[in-house]
Design a protein around this ligand. Structure first.
Ligand code: SF4
Length: 394
């Protein structure tokens, strides 16, 4: 029998045009209807079969009986931040919750969506609320894709001229522990008949899952890679990211050296600065030595304080000094202060709060340090703000 990727039941939002053809042609419908369905769902963001005006009633009825649209079940919460960001808490068909954050770039007038790839996460990074709450299940392709479709539709309803441009897999979960679904979602979202995102505007962030990194590179999607680095040595990284015991830092960096990610073959290293843990000058000196020879840019992310986690944010002076030491070595460095802090925009916080309200976890709800945090956010130091490197890539 011919191998197939079609799920049971078939969920249209997670299917390629070829798969939709494979579904409907044996039932007697024309092949070109597959592309029409794909365009309605992916490009036009249709939320029901009835919206699809040029799809015959017979095909609509057949699909109602034999397939589902798939995707998210409903929106549990949608919040707007003082900086314009949207924070979505989506409910899935089994009642689980995931989150996506949509952030504006006011300077260059485009939007970036951060999506989840799993419900919870098993990686257990010590600075992350999602990791604290554990792993529940993988997201299906249709559930990943629909975070984009729903968010984009909401944005364009509110602001028809908005430029929905960038996508980052940096929400709940480790994308490269769900690589098949993530890679397929990328293929669907970059398809010219769909959302048509440019691969160079798509970034997959990983904690350093070596087999997943290789799989992503070999898939040849052309998307960029961000590695969550966070320490300048094996021993120190094991403390904040225990996954390093399974995938040693040297192996992870060797994949960065050997494989090409994105058109410019440049890795983004994310480095969450934790006061007193990895933010001293000697850490900066060792970090710049560690990444020497790897085409890269470094994003420094001052920790976003949360009462459920035992870390503090370094002060601004320490962040600037850390950055200065790296730039002395001609590294491209950006400081990224988390956006949407007044709606718990940092990784895992909103879904974490919801589960805590339901009593599923024992930890205290994170403090909402909103107004103060937003007020202190320097206008020139901004999450996903334009950087020298971004400009070069225009
Ligand atoms: S930072 Fe990412 S990989 Fe690490 S625990 Fe959180 S969600 Fe998982």
């Amino acid at each position: 029998m011919k191998p197939t990727n079609i799920t049971t039941p078939p969920r249209l939002r997670g299917m390629t045009i070829a798969e939709i053809e494979e579904l409907i042609v044996p039932a007697g419908f024309e092949k070109y209807r597959a592309a029409q369905l794909f365009q309605w769902l992916q490009r036009r963001g249709a939320r029901s079969l009835q919206e699809m005006k040029n799809i015959p009633a017979a095909l609509q009825r057949w699909l109602e009986a034999n397939a589902e649209l798939g995707g998210i079940a409903t929106v549990a919460t949608m919040k707007r931040s003082a900086d314009g960001s949207y924070k979505f808490l989506f409910e899935l068909d089994d009642g689980r919750k995931i989150e996506s954050v949509l952030m504006p770039d006011p300077v260059r007038n485009y939007w970036t969506l951060c999506v989840s790839s799993q419900v919870g996460c098993a990686v257990d990074c010590k600075f992350c609320v999602t990791g604290l709450n554990g792993f529940f299940r993988q997201l299906r392709v249709d559930e990943i894709v629909d975070q984009i479709l729903f968010s984009r539709r909401q944005l364009l309803t509110d602001q028809p001229e908005a430029n929905f441009r960038n996508l980052v897999y940096m929400g709940m979960g480790e994308p490269l522990l769900n690589p098949d679904a993530v890679i397929k979602s990328i293929r669907i979202l970059t398809h010219k008949d769909g959302v048509d995102l440019s691969p160079r505007r798509v970034t997959v962030s990983t904690s350093g899952i070596v087999p997943g990194m290789i799989q992503l590179a070999e898939a040849g999607t052309g998307v960029c890679l961000a590695l969550s680095l966070n320490a300048p040595s094996q021993a120190e990284r094991e403390i904040v990211m225990p996954i390093t015991r399974k995938y040693p830092l040297n192996d992870v960096l060797n994949v960065c050296r050997k494989y090409q990610f994105g058109k410019h073959k440049r890795i983004t290293f994310e480095y969450v600065l934790l006061h007193g843990i990895n933010d001293r000058e000697e850490h900066a000196h060792r970090l710049r030595k560690l990444v020497r020879g790897i085409p890269c840019k470094i994003n420094l992310i001052p920790f976003n304080p949360n009462s459920a986690l035992p870390f503090e944010r370094p002060d601004r002076e320490a962040v600037e000094q850390f950055s200065r030491i790296l730039t002395e070595d001609h590294l491209t460095v950006s400081v990224r202060w988390s956006k949407a802090l007044d709606v718990d925009g940092a990784c895992g916080q909103l879904a974490g709060q919801f589960r805590q309200r339901r009593g599923a976890v024992a930890a205290a709800p994170p403090e909402n340090s909103a107004a103060a945090a937003v007020a202190e956010m320097p206008p020139d130091l901004d999450f996903f703000s334009p950087t020298e490197t971004d400009s070069e890539e225009e």
